[in-house]
Design a protein around this ligand. Sequence first.
Ligand code: NDP
Length: 295
Amino acid sequence: PALSPVAVLGLGPMGRAMVRTLIAAGHPVTVWNRTRRRADNVVSAGARLAATPADAVAASDLVILSLTDYQAMWDVLDGATGALAGRTVVNLSSDTPDKTREAAAWAASHGASFVAGGVMVPEPMVGTELSYVYYSGDTEAFDAHRATLARIGEPRFLGDDPGRAQLMYQAQLDVFLTTLSGFMHATALVGSAGITAEQFLPEVMRLFEAVPAMMAVDGVEKLGARIDAGEHPGEAGNAIMMGATADHIHATATSVGIDTSLPAAVRGHYRRVIDEGHGTESWTRIIEGMRGPQS
Ligand code: NDP
C-alpha cells in the first residue's frame, strides 16, 4: 500500500535531512522553502516543490515544519490558514515552551491539530538508529502519525501539554551546554600547567564514562525517586565535602588567572545549601534551592 504523503516546510539542514529520510522510506513528500533554490537538492531526490505554503499544506494531512523559530511558522503559515483545517501541524523548530502553547491555540483557532517536537540529534544523525525526538501536544493526532514520524527518529511522546517537548529539549541542552562549558573551562585550567587538550580529552572521556556510576551509586531510578521525594541522604557525597572541592577549583582558577565565572557559579550553589544548614545532605539538595523565584 502507498505510504501517507507528508509536507515539509523549511529546508535548512534539518528539514532537508528529514525529507531525504522520508523519501527513502517511500513517502510522497511535498516541500516548500522561502529560498527556493534550497529545495533543488531534495527535488532531485524525488520531492515535489509546492509553489506556496498553502499548496504545500494542502498536499498532506501531516505538515512538518523545520524552521529557525516559531515566528518563522507564523511568517510562513499566516497566508495559508485557509488550508489548515483538519490537518496536523508538527512543528520541529526550537523556541520557548510558551511559544509552543501559543502556537497550539493558534492552530486550533484554524481547525488544525498541533504537536510540538524537539529533535535531539544533529542533521547527519536524522533517520538513523541514534535519532530520537521529543513530542507533546494533541495525542490523537500524534498517534495517527506516529509511524511516519518514527522515520525521523524514535518518537518519545510526553503528553498533551505542547510546551513539554520544548522544555525537555531545552533541559537536555541545559545539561549538554553546561557540560561543554565545564570541559572548556577545565581545558583552560590544565593548559595553565602546559597540559594540552590532546592529553586532556581522553582523560575527560574516561570521566564521562564513569559519570552514571558516580552520580547514582545504587542506580538512576533510585536517585530520581529520592529527588522526587525530597530526600537527600548525604552518605555518598555531602554538600560540605563537594563544596570544598568547588572552593578549590575557584581558588585555582583565580590563582592561575583564568576565567572564574563558571567556578563562582558552582561554588555559589554549594555555599547556599551549606549556609541554609543542609551541608551534611547530598549534593542533590541544591536542586531545592534552584526551584522557584530566586532572590
Ligand atoms: P535553521 O535554524 O537555519 O532554519 C532554517 C529554515 O528556516 C530555512 O528553511 C529558512 O528559510 C527558514 N526560515 C527562517 N526564518 C524564516 C522566515 N521568517 N520565513 C520563512 N522561512 C524562514 O536550520 P536547521 O535546519 O539547522 O534547524 C531547524 C530547526 O531545528 C531549528 O529550530 C533548530 O534549532 C532545530 N535543530 C537543529 C539541529 C541542527 O543540528 N541543525 C539539531 C536539532 C534541532 P531560508 O532557507 O529561506 O532561509
